[in-house]
Design a protein around this ligand. Structure first.
Ligand SMILES: *Cc1c(COP(=O)(O)O)cnc(C)c1O
Length: 394
């Protein structure tokens, strides 16, 4: 496979100035990825700071209630800062530090990745600037204040639709302007090579642990691994060490929003087409002229108009299956898990849970599903209340 390519997807579609930055990053990553000292330091951050390994929890009541396959929850919601994002951020921040960088910049949509990056910057004593669509800064005022508490500057982005895709574009522009002391800590398995590979490797800790944990608990591999897909980092991390195990079904759940037959959707595999954007070739939601289309989902963490190039390949080859889950299905799953297991999942993760609720009853009692709970749902409580017609003051 050619460098940075996933089938026909991936690549490095960036300006000459950015080429220097991505080349420098690639070289550094090649040097450190197998360096024992680097990996020891990262393992210590994962374990002592982020709280890894995360639990693989047998959801007994949910399993009994649905009456089919045994369901295990991979609890990334229990990590420090409340989601899987910390895995990637600690890896990249440590790498940046080794490269002699003193400043981290990042894009954020709902603010989850921005908070994780600001956290790592505080821990490793680095400067931090987070770019966030102006619309999103209004919707997520609490996370903006959180980032400021952690010592980060938050810059509202007013271009385009003033949301996540514009924040990514602005962060790339900022990186072009200041490469010497700055690392762009990208939040998902997207963008130009080497980001999709780097982010996947740091998130692969999820499936590395899952495999060991399920073998300990069940003595065999699961029949299916299910995870939600925005850019695709928690899902690729959940899939990675099972890709070679052909009997393990891999299922990604994208956000259908109000439905894939409406314009208010973020389901890239179901509705997107091949294109080049943000430095990579992959599938993107586009209008008939090939312009990137505005996307919508109740879940701010899933409303990105593209999908990581490795997922695009796994879709092309049929190794992974992608399904679209509506707002309504996700909200039902959010409420269901809260009541039945006492675990309030992120609305993003609820998309994966909704699919598990569909397939588990149709599977045998001897079969096993692992579903990744990518984050905790505290941040979503007010939005879900609003969806149900109740106005609680945040
Ligand atoms: C950001 C986020 C996602 C979506 O990002 P991926 O890169 O697709 O994992 C999913 N769940 C949670 C909790 C998030 O914060």
């Amino acid at each position: 496979m050619k460098k940075g390519r996933f089938g026909i997807h991936g690549g490095q579609y960036v300006s000459e100035t950015l080429m220097n930055a991505v080349n420098e990053l690639e070289e550094a990553y090649e040097k450190y990825k197998n360096d024992p000292q680097f990996n020891e330091e990262l393992a210590e951050l994962f374990n002592e700071y982020a709280g890894r390994p995360s639990r693989l929890y047998f959801a007994k009541r949910m399993t009994e209630d649905l009456g089919g396959a045994k369901i295990y929850l991979k609890r990334e919601d229990l990590n420090h800062t409340g989601s899987h994002k910390i895995n990637n951020v600690l890896g990249q921040a440590l790498l940046a530090k080794k490269m002699g960088k003193t400043r981290l910049i990042a894009e954020t949509g709902a603010g989850q990745h921005g908070v994780a990056t600001a956290t790592a910057a505080a821990l490793l004593d680095m400067e931090c600037v987070v770019f966030m669509g102006e619309e999103d800064t209004k919707r997520q005022a609490l996370n903006v204040y959180r980032m400021k508490l952690l010592g980060a500057d938050v810059i509202p982005v007013t271009s385009g639709t003033a949301t996540l895709k514009d924040a990514v574009s602005e962060t790339m522009r900022e990186w072009t302007k200041r490469i010497d002391d700055t690392h762009y800590c990208l939040g998902s398995v997207m963008g130009p090579h080497p980001f999709p590979t780097i982010v996947r490797d740091f998130q692969a800790v999820i499936s590395r642990e899952t495999k060991q944990q399920i073998l300990e608990k069940e003595g065999r591999l699961p029949d299916a691994v299910v995870a939600c897909v925005g850019g695709g980092s928690n899902s690729i991390g959940s899939f990675y060490h099972f890709i070679e195990d052909k009997d393990v079904k891999l299922i990604g759940c994208e956000a259908a929003g109000r439905g894939i037959d409406t314009f208010e959707t973020a389901a890239t595999i179901s509705t997107g087409r091949l294109g080049i954007f943000h430095g990579m070739k992959s599938y993107f939601c586009q209008d008939e002229d090939g312009q990137i289309a505005p996307v919508y989902s109740i879940s701010a963490g899933l409303d990105y108009p593209g999908i990581g190039p490795e997922h695009a390949m796994l879709h092309d080859t049929g190794r992974a299956e992608y399904v679209a889950i509506t707002d309504e299905q996700a909200v039902n799953a959010f409420e269901y898990l809260s009541r039945i297991e006492g675990v309030i999942p992120a609305i993003e993760s609820s998309h994966a849970l909704a699919h598990v609720m569909e397939i588990a009853p149709k599977m045998g009692k001897d079969q096993i599903i692992v579903v990744t709970i990518s984050g905790r749902g505290d941040k979503d409580v007010a939005a879900i209340a609003r969806y149900r017609g109740e106005d609680i003051h945040e």
